[in-house]
Ligand binder design. Structure first.
Ligand code: MOS
Length: 744
């Protein structure tokens, strides 16, 4: 079956754009019910210790306050399944809100005040008196290095570092050029526009409809059913829109648990929304201490590469991500050793945050590569080309595709890299030092099993549906494009439905796998609809398509046409009338090819070029230009794809220069828990960002040839900025964010 390609591969506006700008799009905290009550969380004032008393009398005395839930009166049904771990939980014992008096992290929820209005609940929360017995908190990762341990068992989807190859220590010792440094990355907290929020609608008779800020409704459903011993048919989760997530919505969070506790106990609807400062009591990108050792010959060709990382996790879960694995295959190198360890500190468990692990590990590797370039006297771009890996030497596999060379070439040409003078501090304009840096980016090109449904109606409208989420990435739009092209329907007649447990099950939207996974499922479902339609068209008396098979027809403009002779055609409506149906529907499941996964390595690549201007007197760094050249297979929508890369670059600039959650180790608390003190890039920080998609044909990575774009934009960006800062100033900063104090 030929598809029309009218929409896929073009730049389309978001189909959900009008709903978002007119306010028609509803987010988790905007759903309501006549019996809605409001819950406000009381957060622990200590980091480690126990609650010795909670006095809720004053709160309960406020007219309109309905109930105060604490560990003393929490329902016994809650946490029925103590071992339940949600789909993306790391090994360990998940945090159980209100389970007991112990406090294991700063800001831990100790009570939920439920009232007739939000303001009453907030007032009530201010009246809850909590008495604590306080222990000394342990939050300094640096001081816990000696206790670092190899994670006990792998987290699903996260591969432990491969075994060493060759003789890395020996090769390093004998290498003529040696670079070995330590790199650090600060904790970054998730702060999407939409905070964690859950509205739990009491439908009566123990049935719930839940609107949750989540990247996968099935994960929320599974969690609620297990923890509260409910049946899936009694818990429907619907979250059509998400106000940014970046990984923060992968795991069900404690406001969901608290809202469900209250709804089940009070037998009414309850909403719980976290405040901005409570966002800092949640998952975060963990701090990491990394050492990268590069041994090279005189020409800069790698002889030895060793990369070790120690990252923080909570005392109760072994949160893991792939920090060092990238160093095993990004460059050609015969002797490699990779180590990844965790150290426990008294914080909440870290969480996946856009390109988890890669944003951290590739930063260290790519700054180290820049240091090697200077040590070897080789241009940083030339150094990467000399060490270009044609195959995955870590896993000993071919790549499904790898157009990274084109990323370097096209990115460099666009950026003007050839005009760069090598020496640090050699480019300036007035008071400003100018620096140009580059880095490589890489992310996994996953595909996951996904189902989807397509339903075509006789009026020519098409609905495609599955349970995955659109985090703002453009999933509604690309699935509509795929459906429109597959069945020859104008995109305006296609409606995409997502994020509802009543729809065919699709994976959590994460890992940049949604386009490849659910996009392939939608195409399969549409193809199955097409096949049914063709069958009906063939059975018409004297059908012009009597002998046609699916391979030789095209669906265009509401018609099924013979590809070789478009005059032989049947309208979709006529086919349905002949078949005696009003709608044609199919549900299909797309699965990754296990054979492909065994034989091939699949990655998205990028080359990131950054220009900084540094005020020599004040140390202020501005990123004035970024060119990000990306190889991601087939690009489904040039506009939403570009937006993803730009967003990733902005987040990378934030990591490089601004984002840092600061712990006071005496209190064990993150001190800058607000947007006044936790800095993210604002409009004035962002200048020129150019995105290039290089040609990359990949017929193995997924049925639709797409790789996914949600994460690759951030990877390498912080290193490119740090390398540009070195080129501008001659100062090598190995700890991000690069704040003014590290430059002056
Ligand atoms: Mo992404 S960090 O898998 O939402």
């Amino acid at each position: 079956m030929a598809t029309t390609n009218l929409y896929v591969g073009t730049a389309r506006n978001r189909v959900d754009g009008p709903a978002k700008v007119t306010g028609a799009a509803k987010y988790a905290a905007e759903f309501t019910a006549p019996d809605l009550a409001y819950g406000v969380v009381v957060s622990s004032a200590i980091t480690r210790g126990r609650v010795t008393a909670i006095d809720t009398a004053a709160a309960l005395a406020v007219p309109g306050v309905i109930q105060v839930f604490t560990h003393e009166n929490r329902p016994r049904t809650a946490w029925l399944d103590y071992n339940y771990r949600d789909q993306v939980a790391p090994p360990g014992s998940p945090f159980r809100a209100l389970h007991g008096p112990e406090i294991t992290f700063g800001g831990q929820p100790v009570a939920l005040v439920v009232a007739e209005s939000f303001d009453l609940a907030r007032h009530g929360a201010s009246l809850v008196k909590v008495t604590y017995e306080e222990d000394v908190p342990n939050t300094d990762l640096d001081r816990n290095r000696a206790a670092a341990y190899v994670p006990p068992k792998k987290r699903s989807g996260i591969k432990p570092p491969p075994d060493p190859r060759g003789d890395p220590e020996g090769a390093f010792a004998s290498a003529p050029i040696q670079v070995r440094h330590e790199y650090k990355q600060a904790v970054e907290h998730h702060n999407p526009m939409e905070p964690h929020a859950s509205t739990v609608i009491w439908e009566g008779d123990g049935k719930l409809t839940i609107h949750d800020k989540i990247q996968g409704v099935n994960n929320t459903q599974g969690y609620v059913c297990s923890v509260f011993n409910l049946k899936p048919e009694d818990v429907r989760v619907i979250s059509p829109y998400i106000g940014g997530a970046f990984g923060s919505g992968l795991r069900p969070q404690y406001q969901l648990f608290l809202a469900v506790v209250a709804a089940l106990e009070l037998k009414r609807s309850v909403r719980v929304v976290l405040t901005r400062d409570q966002m800092f009591t949640h998952g975060y990108r963990p701090e990491a201490i990394q050492t990268v050792s590069l041994g090279a010959d005189q020409d800069g060709r790698l002889q030895s590469l060793m990369h070790e990382a120690i990252a923080g996790t909570s005392t109760f879960e072994d949160y893991q991500e792939s920090v060092v694995n990238w160093s095993g295959f990004l460059y050609r190198c015969p002797n490699v050793k990779l180590d990844y360890k965790l150290a426990k500190i008294d914080t909440y468990t870290p969480a996946d945050m856009r390109a988890p692990g890669a944003a951290t590990g590739v930063f260290a590797l790519e700054v180290a590569m820049d240091e090697l370039a200077y040590a070897a006297g080789v241009d940083p771009l030339e150094l990467r080309l000399r060490n270009y890996a044609e195959r995955d030497e870590g896993e000993n596999k071919e790549f499904t595709s790898k157009a990274l060379r084109a990323c370097y070439e096209e990115g460099a040409a666009r950026f003007g890299w050839a005009r760069r003078s090598t020496e640090p501090r050699s480019m300036r304009e007035g008071r400003e030092l100018i620096g140009w840096g580059l880095a490589t980016g890489v992310w996994e090109a996953y595909m996951m099993k996904s189902s989807a449904r397509a339903r075509l109606s006789i009026d020519g409208s098409l609905e495609v549906a599955c349970s995955t989420a659109d985090l703002g990435t453009g999933t509604y739009t690309i699935l509509s494009q795929i459906g429109a092209d597959a069945l020859g329907i104008p995109i305006e007649r296609v409606q995409t439905r997502l994020s509802d447990t009543a729809l065919p099950e699709a994976p959590i939207a994460g890992g940049s796998w949604t386009a490849a996974s659910s996009g392939s499922a939608v195409e399969m479902a549409c193809r199955a609809v097409a096949e049914q339609l063709l069958g009906m068209a063939r059975r018409i008396d004297d059908s012009p398509l009597a002998n046609a098979d699916l391979a030789h027809v095209t669906f265009v403009n509401g018609e099924i046409r013979l590809a070789d002779d478009p005059s032989r055609k049947v309208s979709i409506a006529d086919a349905m009338r002949a078949g005696g149906v009003e709608t044609v529907e199919a549900t299909e499941t797309a699965k990754p090819s296990l054979l492909t996964q065994l034989r091939f390595a699949a990655y998205t690549h990028s080359a990131v070029f950054a220009e900084v201007r540094v005020d020599e007197d004040l140390g202020v760094v501005r990123v004035t230009r970024v060119v990000s050249a990306v190889a991601a297979g087939k690009i489904l929508n040039l506009k939403t794809a570009r937006s993803q890369i730009m967003g990733g670059v902005v987040m990378g600039i934030g990591a490089a220069l601004e984002e840092e959650s600061m712990l006071d180790h005496n209190l064990g608390r993150f001190m800058n828990h607000n947007f006044g003190e936790y800095h993210v890039p604002v409009n004035a920080d962002i200048h020129d960002i150019e995105v290039i998609f290089v040609d990359e044909h990949d017929d193995k990575v997924s049925p639709i040839g797409a790789k996914g774009l949600g994460e690759i934009g951030i990877v390498g960006t912080a290193a490119a900025v740090a390398n540009a800062v070195f080129h501008a100033t001659g100062r090598r900063v190995r700890e991000i964010p690069i704040t003014i104090d590290k430059i002056i």
